[in-house]
Design a protein around this ligand. Structure first.
Ligand code: CTP
Length: 485
C-alpha cells in the first residue's frame, strides 16, 4: 500500500492527533502510521499474514515469533551497560522492549535505549497516552521474560515489597513471566541485611538472579562484590530461562507464587541450623595435602540465608577464601575428622545441611618433615577412608536433626546417583548438582540443582548460589513447620 488518506475525522479527533503527534515529535501522518502499525500488530490475522508476532515495532530486527524480552533499566551507573545488553539480547534473536525508571534516565537516555531496541522506551505509568497505547498490563503480558538490569537496591526493595509506584514496578507486579534480576550496587549495600532479606524474599517468590560480580566499583578506591554481571552473562541466563520447561522448574510460577508469603523473613525463627561448607584438607606432610575442589560459596550462602530467615546458625567450614556470613557462629576446621568432631559438638540442631566437599580419603601416614623428591623413588601413598559426616549424622539413633540434607556433587547421571545417595546415606533430602567442568559450578557463582526427596525430584532453574540458598531455606522452613508440599 503506497499511501493512505484519512478523511472525515471530526475536529476533536484531529486535535487529539495533532497533540499526540507533537508530544511524540512526529508529523500527524507519521503518528497515524504508528497507531495503525500498533493496531495491526495487535491483531492475530495480521501477525499470521505477515509472519510477525505481536507488537511488531519492538521486534523489527527479531526473527518472526522471536521470544520477547522486557528489559527494565534501573537507576545505577551500570545502566550504561544495559545499552550493550539490548544488543546482546537482540544478537540472540530476541525482541527487546525497554522500560526505564526515572533514576535510570539520569544515566542513559530513553532515546538511546529506544534507538537500540527499535521502539521507544517506556518511562511513565500515569501517562494517559502510553496507557492508551501500550499500558503497563500489556507490557507485562507481552513479555516472555522480564530482565531487570541493573537491579538497584531500591528496585529490589520495591519488588520484594510488591510496590507499584512507577511503570517498572507496576509491570513487575502485573507479570506472570519469569523475572531475572541483575543486581548492581555498592558492596556495603549488597551485604546489608535489608538487601539480603529482600533478595531472600525475591528468591522465595521465584525471581531469578545473575551476579553481581566482584571487581572495581564506580566509586574511587572501592572494590568488592556489587558489579552488575556482564551483558553477555545476563543474556545467556535469559536464554537459559527461556529454554526451560516451565513444568519442571521449581520456584518460578503458580504454586510457588501463591505460597510466596510463607518465604518471608523470620521463617526459621527459633530454629537451630547446622551447615558444613568448603573442602577439607588432609595433610600428607607439612606442605602437601589431599583436598576436593570447593570454594565454600554455596555452603556459606546457605548459612547466610538461614541466618537471614531468623535461625541460630553454626557453620562448620573447611579452609575457604569467602568471608564469614555475619551473625553466624563459624567453626573453622581442617580435616574431615575435625569436621565430624565440630559437627557433633554443634548438635542438637533442627536442620543440618552438609554442603562441604569432604575428602573421602586421608593419608595413612602424615610425615612430620617434607617428603623429598630424591629420597629414593616415588613415595608410596597409603590411604585410609575418612568418616562420612553426613551418613554418621543421618544415622544417629539419638539427637538426629529433624531434617538432614546432603549435597551430591556428580559429573554424570546426576539425579540417578543422587537417589542412590539419599538411600545410602540415610538423609532426608539430597541437593544434587552437576559439577562437570563445563558447568563452571566449582568456584563459580551460579548453580543448577535438583532437590531429590522421598517424594520426587524438583529441578530448579540455573540461578545464583545465593538464590539456591534462599530457595532451599524456604523449603526447609516449610518442612520444619510441617506443611511441605
Ligand atoms: N560427605 C560427608 N562426609 C564424607 C563425604 C561426603 O559428610 N566423608 C557429604 C557431603 O558433604 C555431601 C554428601 O556427603 O553432602 C555427598 O558427597 P559426595 O562427595 O557427592 O559423595 P560421596 O559420599 O563422597 O560419594 P562419591 O564420592 O562416591 O560420589
Amino acid at each position: 500500500m503506497a499511501s493512505l488518506t484519512v478523511r472525515q475525522l471530526d475536529d476533536k479527533l484531529k486535535k487529539r492527533l495533532r497533540l499526540r503527534a507533537a508530544k511524540h515529535g512526529r508529523s500527524v501522518e507519521e503518528e497515524i502510521r504508528t497507531i495503525l502499525r500498533a493496531a495491526a500488530a495487535d491483531s492475530d490475522e495480521f501477525a499470521e499474514a505477515t509472519g510477525e508476532s505481536a507488537a511488531a515495532g519492538a521486534r523489527a530486527t527479531a526473527r518472526p515469533n522471536a521470544k520477547r524480552v522486557l528489559l527494565i533499566i534501573g537507576g545505577g551507573i551500570a545502566a550504561y551497560k544495559s545499552l550493550d545488553l539490548i544488543r546482546r539480547l537482540k544478537e540472540r534473536g530476541l525482541a527487546v522492549r525497554v522500560v526505564m525508571t526515572q533514576a535510570a534516565q539520569a544515566f542513559v537516555t530513553p532515546l538511546a535505549a529506544g534507538a537500540l531496541a527499535g521502539e521507544r522506551a517506556f518511562t511513565e505509568l500515569l501517562d494517559p497516552q502510553s496507557e492508551f497505547d501500550v499500558g503497563h498490563i500489556r507490557l507485562a503480558r507481552e513479555a516472555d521474560i522480564i530482565v531487570v538490569a541493573p537491579a538497584t537496591a531500591d528496585l529490589i526493595a520495591k519488588m520484594a515489597n510488591g510496590l507499584a509506584s512507577d511503570l517498572a514496578t507496576a509491570v513487575l507486579l502485573a507479570t506472570n513471566a519469569p523475572v531475572l534480576i541483575a543486581p548492581a550496587m555498592n558492596p556495603a549495600m549488597w551485604s546489608h541485611r535489608a538487601t539480603r532479606r529482600n533478595l531472600g524474599t525475591l528468591a522465595a517468590d521465584g525471581v531469578h538472579s545473575v551476579g553481581p560480580n566482584a571487581g572495581e566499583m564506580a566509586e574511587r578506591n572501592e572494590a568488592g562484590v556489587g558489579r552488575m554481571a556482564e551483558p553477555a552473562e545476563i543474556a545467556d541466563m535469559a536464554m537459559a530461562l527461556l529454554a526451560r520447561d516451565p513444568e519442571k522448574w521449581e520456584p518460578v510460577f503458580g504454586k510457588d507464587h501463591a505460597q510466596s508469603n510463607k518465604g518471608t523473613p523470620g521463617a526459621l525463627a527459633g530454629q537451630r541450623v547446622l551447615v558444613t561448607s568448603g573442602p577439607t584438607h588432609e595433610p600428607i606432610d607439612p606442605v602437601r595435602y589431599i583436598a576436593n575442589r570447593s570454594s565454600g560459596k554455596q555452603g556459606h550462602a546457605i548459612a547466610a540465608a538461614a541466618q537471614a530467615a531468623g535461625a541460630a546458625v553454626t557453620l562448620v567450614s573447611g579452609p575457604v577464601n569467602v568471608p564469614d556470613p555475619p551473625g553466624v557462629t563459624v567453626v573453622r576446621v581442617e580435616t574431615a575428622r575435625d569436621m565430624l568432631r565440630a559437627v557433633e559438638a554443634a548438635l542438637p540442631a533442627d536442620a543440618a545441611i552438609f554442603a562441604a566437599a569432604v575428602a573421602d580419603w586421608r593419608s595413612a601416614d602424615v610425615h612430620g618433615q617434607k617428603i623429598k623428591k630424591n629420597a629414593g623413588g616415588m613415595p608410596e601413598l597409603a590411604l585410609l577412608e575418612n568418616p562420612d559426616i553426613l551418613a554418621t549424622t543421618a544415622q544417629r539413633k539419638r539427637g538426629r536433626p529433624k531434617l538432614v540434607i546432603g549435597f551430591a556433587a556428580e559429573t554424570q547421571d546426576v539425579v540417578a546417583n543422587a537417589k542412590l545417595k539419599l538411600k545410602k546415606k540415610g538423609c532426608d533430602w539430597i541437593v544434587a548438582n552437576d559439577v562437570s567442568a563445563e558447568g563452571g559450578v566449582m568456584g563459580g557463582d551460579s548453580n543448577t540443582v535438583h532437590l531429590v526427596t522421598e517424594s520426587g525430584v524438583d529441578s530448579w532453574p540455573p540461578q545464583s548460589k545465593d538464590a539456591v540458598a534462599a530457595a532451599l531455606v524456604k523449603r526447609i522452613a516449610r518442612e520444619l513447620k510441617g506443611d511441605a508440599s
